[in-house]
Every structure is written in structure tokens, then in C-alpha cells.
Design a protein around this ligand. Structure first.
Ligand SMILES: [Fe+2]
Length: 393
């Protein structure tokens, strides 16, 4: 299956519908109007509050493009709902898919880590190849509601990165590959007290075990880091994937990412790094939970500060799928109520950054990926979701 094949696995759907009396979130403004769907595409867009016979009356709800999610850890949570509980994969993927659809997401790049630590018992083992195969099988069977693509998260500080990458080929439809380096003492974990809380909480380590973990990881990075970094950049080229950087912290790291050919920066950790990304033409992506909570759980730069500085291009739901839709509204509040601009960060901007030209905006001829949203008590409520014209939630 190639990247551009219909990854939902279903036949093209000759779905006909008109959604009327909606507040359309257009690329540059919000306007009352209607949308006609035909053959899975947006056939026509009109303005005004008329509700033609046979049309669905949206009652003034917002109608926005379906959301495009580039980096979600959510599948891992379904695969391992409790520490060391291995849930059957197919039902985990199906539940993850339904959760995303319910949150208005119609295209997802499922983030799967490649690069594991295999010599420590209880550490993170390889799983990406197996899960990718299972997602592809479900897609072919038409078992999934939304469109799934792959995002390989290449962990440089690991033992098995190159072997795991070698198991993927261009036929796997890997759309994104991000270069991660979670070596203690740098990037996301520059602040060791944050790392201590994260690692000790997640794996239940004692202080001595934590210190041994840090020393072991730093030695591993020194041994394999350069080779892994080069291999991952090469793999992105071989797989036809857009390259993303991860947790860049300063100008030097951004310059290196730009030299590698990165087009998206996941979660730059400082204002300096975000400014350098903008100067280098790299799209800045921040996590929705950071935006909603008012700061980063790792103590890094706040997404809201980058939005206020005009340095935020894309939002990803990261570890809370429902936060993506919330983010569109949160950004609009920062940007003087500009909902079109807020939604662009979760629709058109991620679609373009990932090389998808056929979706992400309400425009005639694009895929009919749509989400109907009402607001209740300041919180978004999805009232209908369509993926390629088919109702999926
Ligand atoms: Fe990270």
C-alpha cells in the first residue's frame, strides 16, 4: 500500500448529503452557510441560512474541517492500559480509532516508537513493526473509522533503532519520522528533577536505580548516538517520510535539524528554538495538553506563550485526543476570537506540513472530512463527524 492509497480500506463512498444552517469555519473567516457532499468530496459551498429540502439543519453549530493529528501517543495507552498490562492489539486499535473519531479527528499519524532498550528487563521493548502490520490489516478490512497513517518516532538513545527501522519499507505508508533524543540531561529532560519525577513515577525506580538509569543512558548515547541519528535521517528519505525534529532546545539544535531536512519541529522547548525554527522555515508544533493546562508538564516553554508571540503553527493532541478540538478554541481566545486561525492549526497547517494537499480546509474539491461542533459551557461538543463524506461519529 502506498502513502496515497485510500488507507481506510473502504471502497470510495458515493455519499450525498447537504449540511445546512451551519457556521462554516472557512480558511480565513467564519460564515453562515451550507456544504454539499458528493462522492466523498466537498461538492459545493454556499452562504446564507437556507435549509433546502432533504438537508440536515445544523442549527447554527460550527462546521469545521476534520482535524489532522500528527503525533499522538494515545494508541500506546490503549495497548498498555496499565503498566505491564498488554491489551490485545486489534481491539486496542479499534478503541483508539473510535476515540479519535469522537474527538473530531479524521486523519491520524499514529506515533509508534522505534528504538528500544532490550537488555533491561521491564524496559521498553520493540513493538512498532507488529502494531503497524495490525493497523494495516484493520485498514484493509474497513474496520477503522478514520484515516490512519504512520509516524515513526525514532529514539536515538536506544539499542535497536537501526534494526527496527530496517523492518519498514516505502509500502508501509510512513508519513512522518521524528528524530527523538531523550538522553537524560538534554532537550525535554534538560531539567533532571523533571526527568526524575517522570521516570521514577512511570517505572517505580528508587534513587539509586534512577542514577544507574541516567548513567547507562548517557553512555549508550555516547556509543550509538551519531550513527543512529544518521541512520534515522536516511530512513526518512528511504521511506518517503517527512522528517520532524523533537524537543529542539536551542539555535544549534535547530540548525542541525534544518541541515537534516526537518520540516516540522515537535515541541521545541524554548522561545529561542521556536524563533530559530521560524527563521529556518520549519513549522512549529506544540502539544495541546500544554496549551490547555497552561504549561508544559516537563517545565518547558508554554504553548500559549508561543501562540502569543505568533510562533505556533500546528497543535498535536499528544497524549489527550480530545484536547485537539479544545485547542482550536483556546487559540482563538488568544488570537482575539479568530476561530478560523485557531482551527487552521489543527487542520490545514498539519495537513500541509505532512504533505497532504487533499484535505484540511473547507474548499470545493477537497475530501469531505468534517466535524460539526457545538459549544456547551465553553467546552466543544462534537455533534457529527464525517471522514471522506462518511459519517463516522
Ligand atoms: Fe519528548
Amino acid at each position: 500500500m502506498t502513502l496515497d492509497a485510500p488507507l481506510t480500506g473502504r471502497d470510495p463512498i458515493a455519499c450525498e448529503a447537504i449540511l445546512a444552517n451551519a457556521l462554516l469555519v472557512l480558511p480565513d473567516r467564519v460564515e453562515r452557510g451550507w456544504i454539499a457532499i458528493a462522492g466523498g468530496r466537498i461538492a459545493e459551498i454556499g452562504e446564507g441560512d437556507a435549509v433546502p429540502a432533504g438537508a440536515t439543519d445544523c442549527g447554527g453549530d460550527l462546521l469545521a474541517p476534520g482535524l489532522v493529528e500528527l503525533h499522538t501517543d494515545n494508541l500506546e495507552r490503549h495497548l498498555e492500559p496499565r503498566p505491564r498490562v498488554d491489551w490485545p492489539h486489534a481491539p486496542a486499535i479499534i478503541a483508539h480509532d473510535a476515540e479519535l473519531a469522537g474527538g473530531g479527528i479524521t486523519t491520524v499519524f499514529d506515533a509508534l516508537r522505534v528504538g528500544s532498550i532490550v537488555h533491561v528487563s521491564g524496559a521498553e521493548k520493540p513493538y512498532a513493526r507488529g502494531v503497524a502490520t495490525e493497523i494495516a490489516a484493520l485498514r484493509r478490512e474497513g474496520a477503522l473509522r478514520i484515516e490512519h497513517r504512520l509516524h515513526l518516532r525514532a529514539e536515538v538513545c536506544s539499542e535497536t533503532l537501526l534494526e527496527e527501522l530496517a523492518e519498514f519499507g516505502p509500502e508501509d505508508g510512513v508519513g512522518l519520522l521524528s528524530l527523538m533524543d531523550h538522553t537524560p540531561g538534554q532537550r525535554q529532560f534538560r531539567d533532571m528533577s523533571q526527568l526524575r519525577a517522570y521516570v521514577m513515577g512511570k517505572h517505580g525506580l528508587s534513587e539509586e536505580e534512577f542514577q544507574a538509569h541516567v548513567a547507562g543512558q548517557q553512555a549508550l548515547r555516547a556509543r550509538v548516538g551519531e550513527r543512529h541519528e544518521r541512520g534515522a535521517v536516511e530512513a526518512a528519505r528511504r521511506l518517503g517520510a517527512v522528517l520532524a525534529s523533537h524537543d529542539d532546545s536551542d539555535r544549534e539544535q535547530v540548525a542541525l535539524s534544518a541541515a537534516h531536512g526537518a520540516r516540522i519541529a515537535e515541541f521545541p522547548t524554548t522561545l529561542e528554538a521556536a524563533e530559530a525554527c521560524r527563521a529556518a522555515g520549519i513549522a512549529v508544533m506544540m502539544g495541546a495538553p500544554n496549551l490547555i493546562r497552561g504549561g508544559s508538564h516537563s517545565g518547558n516553554v508554554a504553548a500559549a506563550d508561543l501562540a502569543e508571540a505568533g510562533l505556533l503553527d500546528i497543535v498535536s493532541s499528544d497524549y489527550v485526543p480530545a484536547a485537539l478540538l479544545q485547542s482550536a478554541f483556546a487559540l482563538a481566545r488568544i488570537w482575539d476570537g479568530d476561530l478560523a486561525r485557531g482551527f487552521a492549526c489543527v487542520t490545514e497547517a498539519p495537513a500541509r506540513a505532512a504533505g497532504l494537499a487533499d484535505r484540511g480546509a473547507l474548499r470545493t474539491g477537497l475530501r469531505a472530512d468534517l466535524v460539526r461542533v457545538a459549544e456547551r459551557g465553553g467546552h466543544p461538543l462534537t455533534r457529527g463527524v464525517w471522514c471522506a463524506g462518511r459519517r463516522v461519529a
